[in-house]
Ligand binder design. Structure first.
Ligand code: ATP
Ligand code: MG
Length: 455
């Protein structure tokens, strides 16, 4: 504790740097965050934009959200806003809610916890000054305040200089700060990948030394960070950076198995995840399908039972990826359909046509088909299965066939007509003339076998 205080005094500056910067102005700030800051400042509290929203602007990216920090205590914030709710145990924060489910996260200035240094942080609710608040953050680039009404950046920690130098620097001793919260290792790698920044040398060394501590973190927090990485389309860059630190093995062991087997294909998988994160920003379950398929496929190839394979693959994954119940169901449904694409294409049976038509109408078929497209592209560079099934999907409805002929001497169940003779089915306008065998040609192709290639 004493060491921490001494070190903090050594790095703390008496007066912060206050500057305007052309890369950030009031117009860049979320209008609802402006309302929150304005009201707090009107009531004589300090209030600033902080963290990612300032950092991202300075590094040329549009931030995805906007956090506010203030000298007002949670109860005081709540009294100023009808739409404010105190949340969190570890950090007591206030969520100020606006239209369209928008939330402005508003935190009170805090100082470094009073626990013995280097031990995991359990509670962090000791309120402090704005300067304390800057120094208790993780990296200098995340510790900048921006006051949108005076249009000034307030820098206690040298964050502006580090951003200029494209450097990630830990606040305080990296060995201590990474030990007390190893999620910071993951965050450092994420920011390095996201902005193409260098680690300051002592941070770099500490990450190498402490990377395995990531296993001590709460799975929920790791999952949230992973979700951000996936949703921001950063996965490929992250995987490359994590590999430099040998971090994949500790953080995502199942993914590291793919990585060791076939780097090029694994990078393609990561690229596909990034591609779909832009296309399906609100469907993380689809990204997890991609992420998990090689593992499920490996089990499937051993047991030939897809449901069993999914259960086996998910067994120890629950602790690594605590997906929501709904996402888990969706992932299971979609992955469970994948082997049927091949099975039905290769099927030699009179029922094939009927089964294909039925399969096309299965829930989640379209998502599974999209997944097939992604996996075929990765593994074959071509998408014969996707093309076949897209045609099936777009094929006009045929007159209903009964795949199983009724026994000869039982009456068929037909609609009752006024005609004496049964009416033959009318040909559909766009349909090809009836064929002897309506099965499409067999298309030979490689099977989806990502995990077993290039050992
Ligand atoms: P992102 O773009 O991923 O949201 P962020 O920096 O905004 O990045 P948040 O999780 O939203 O990340 O956190 C907001 C701010 O809280 C950070 O900018 C940082 O100042 C502080 N912070 C977050 N996590 C930690 C941590 N583990 N230790 C110390 N400070 C943290
Ligand atoms: Mg943020």
């Amino acid at each position: 504790m004493l060491n921490w205080i001494i070190r903090s005094f050594k790095v703390k500056k008496d007066t912060p740097l206050r500057v305007s910067d052309p890369r950030i102005s009031q117009e860049d700030i979320d209008p609802d965050a402006l309302k929150v800051i304005h009201r707090l400042q009107q009531h004589n509290f300090k209030a600033y934009v902080v963290g990612g929203a300032v950092r991202d602007r300075l590094l040329g990216i549009k931030p995805k959200d906007c956090d506010v920090v203030t000298s007002a205590r949670p109860n005081e914030i709540r009294q100023l806003f009808r739409n404010a709710f105190i949340i969190g145990r570890r950090f007591r924060l206030v969520h100020v809610k606006f239209r369209f489910n928008k939330v402005i996260e508003t935190a009170t200035f805090r100082k470094h916890h009073g626990q013995e240094e280097g031990t995991p942080v359990e509670a962090d609710n000791v309120f402090g000054t704005e300067e304390d608040d800057a120094f208790r953050r993780d990296f200098t680039l995340n510790a900048l305040f921006y006051d949108p009404f005076s249009n000034q950046i307030i820098d206690y920690v040298g964050g502006l200089k580090d951003i200029e130098d494209k450097k990630i620097r830990c606040l305080g001793d990296p060995m201590v700060r990474l030990m007390e919260d190893p999620v910071r290792i993951l965050r450092a790698i994420k920011f390095a990948a996201k902005f193409n920044l260098r680690m300051e040398s002592s941070l770099d060394k500490s990450i190498h030394k402490l990377k395995d501590n990531i296993k001590l973190c709460s799975q929920r927090r790791l999952y949230e960070e992973l979700l951000k990485i996936l949703r921001l389309g950063l996965f490929e860059a992250f995987v490359r950076k994590a590999d430099e630190y040998g971090f994949l093995h500790a953080f995502l062991p199942f993914f590291h198995v793919y990585w060791q087997r076939n780097r090029e294909e694994t990078l393609q998988l990561a690229r596909a995840i990034d591609h779909y994160s832009a296309q399906k920003p609100n469907e993380p379950h689809f990204l997890f399908c991609l992420l998990l398929w090689p593992r499920v496929n490996e089990k499937f190839r051993a047991c030939r039972d897809i449901q069993k394979a999914i259960r086996m693959a998910f067994g120890d994954l629950n602790s690594i990826l605590p997906l929501s119940k709904l996402d888990k169901i969706k992932v299971r449904m979609i992955l469970g359909l994948l082997p049927r694409f091949e099975f039905l294409m290769d099927l030699r049976s009179k029922k094939r046509r009927y089964m294909i038509r039925k399969f096309v109408r299965t829930p989640f078929f379209r998502e599974a088909l999209e997944l097939l497209r992604a996996l075929e592209t990765i593994e074959q560079g071509d998408t014969p299965g996707f093309r076949f099934w897209s045609e099936e999907l777009n094929r006009p409805q045929e007159p209903r066939e009964n795949p199983v002929r009724p026994p000869q001497n039982q009456p068929e169940h037909r609609p009752v007509h006024h005609h004496a003779e049964p009416v033959p089915p009318q040909p559909q306008p766009e349909q090809t003339p009836p064929q002897q065998d309506n099965n499409p040609p067999f298309i030979p192709r490689r099977r989806l076998n990502l995990p077993e290639q290039n050992p």
